[in-house]
Ligand binder design. Structure first.
Ligand code: MN
Length: 395
């Protein structure tokens, strides 16, 4: 049994474009000190901040060994309840990705749960491996073979997620359990990082900054800001280390509009040979005698059938402002005529996600120049916007 300890560092920044930071994070300051999370809130008028905060607060209450999935379902219930009780919070939601460290069959493992497009990665042996698969439309289209990963990264609707907390009464949570060892580095991040910084660069930064988790966390956030910082960006880096004597107390260090958290107490008992303690940290429902690494099924794991998620397209996220499901109108050509559709400009796996809404009786040549490009790229609009555009469309 290896003696392991965790050294985490989390950093979040509003970015260069947005006024508010709707991301939230948990860096070992919950009841379970081995628990870390990133949540990316959605919803106007600061509602996204409320949703991501509720998610993190619910996870903070999770006891070591308690049900990961129940805590996330509880977060979902609280977000829905808060939204129902306050008109301004209507339609708010959040992604969440969380990791906690435990033992399974005597081996140290990381349990990862996620909903939405915030991600978890593990760096091991010089390679960065994704642990999570985005619950997003483009990720589904990549899985169905309709898009390549490169096309997905550049896609105008890449921020459209198919699952979120706060969207429905029932939430489908993906979970993974991976074995861990000393030297592993876990990264949790919001899409403000992965949309701005290519995965290869993320891997380089994590590789170049061995030793402590703070340096790579800072460099990753800087890289996202340098690339434009068009979204809130949050990274939590957790280094898994061989147990050593406790480090000196952390120094205080605060900078700019950046919140940070550092150096939580080592998860006592974890990695030490106290059986009762170890038992308490074993994930509930974990009955597999040994070996980890494979996706566990059943118990607290719910896997939705691939493709079903597409029917549950509930969140439309657009830059610069996230918009809820209202932004579902787009222009396209039908036999040469410009037509307004309600829905989303896809029919993945034969599932139509749109319907004809208004015909314009205009050909593209009769449309004002600036709108032609938007017809070609099926830009999404709210109903209010599309009504205004219809009035202005004719040359
Ligand atoms: Mn985001």
């Amino acid at each position: 049994m290896p003696y392991l300890e965790l050294e985490p560092f989390g950093l979040t920044d509003a970015g260069k474009v947005r006024k508010n930071n709707e991301d939230a994070m948990l860096v070992g300051d919950g009841r379970d000190e081995t628990l870390f999370a990133v949540a990316d809130g959605i919803g106007g008028f600061e509602a996204g901040e409320v949703a991501s905060r509720i998610a993190v607060d619910a996870l903070k209450e999770l006891e070591p060994g308690g049900s990961f999935e129940s805590a996330i379902r509880e977060a979902n219930r609280r977000i829905l309840a808060a939204a129902r009780g306050d008109e301004r919070l209507n339609g708010m939601g959040t992604t969440v990705v969380a990791v906690r460290f435990a033992e399974s069959g005597g081996d140290p493992v990381a349990e990862v749960a996620h909903v939405g497009d915030s991600r978890a990665y593990v760096l091991r042996g010089g390679r960065l491996r994704p642990i999570t698969e985005d619950h997003s439309l483009v990720a589904e289209l990549v899985r169905s073979g309709d898009l390549t990963r490169a096309q997905a990264a550049e896609h105008p609707q890449k921020n459209l997620i198919t699952r979120a907390l706060g969207a429905e009464d029932e939430v489908n949570i993906d979970t993974e359990v991976i074995p861990i060892e000393a030297g592993d580095r876990i990264l949790l991040c919001s899409d403000g990082l992965t949309d701005m910084v290519p995965e290869t660069r993320v891997a380089e930064i994590l590789l170049e900054s061995a030793g402590d988790p703070e340096t790579p966390a800072r460099r990753l956030v800087s890289a996202a800001l340098d690339a434009g910082g068009s979204d809130n960006v949050t990274v939590v880096v957790v280094d898994v280390k061989r147990h050593e004597p406790p480090p000196p107390p952390p120094r205080e260090d605060r900078s700019g509009g950046t919140r940070e958290m550092r150096a939580v107490p080592r998860p006592e008992g974890w990695g030490e040979s106290r059986p009762s303690r170890r038992e308490a940290r074993r994930p509930k429902g974990s009955r597999r005698p040994s070996g980890s690494g494979k996706r566990r099924r059943g118990g607290w794991i719910t896997r939705i059938v691939r493709g079903l998620a597409l029917v549950l397209v509930v969140v439309v996220a657009l830059t610069p402002a996230y918009l809820w499901a209202g932004s579902r109108y787009f222009l396209d050509l039908e036999s040469g005529e410009v037509v307004v559709y309600r829905g989303l400009p896809y029919a993945p796996m034969g599932i139509e996600l749109n319907e004809e809404w208004r015909r314009t009786e205009l050909e593209i040549s009769e449309v004002k120049e600036p709108y032609r490009e938007r017809i070609r790229d099926n830009r999404l609009y709210t109903q209010e916007e599309i009504v205004a555009i219809l009035r202005d469309l004719r040359k």
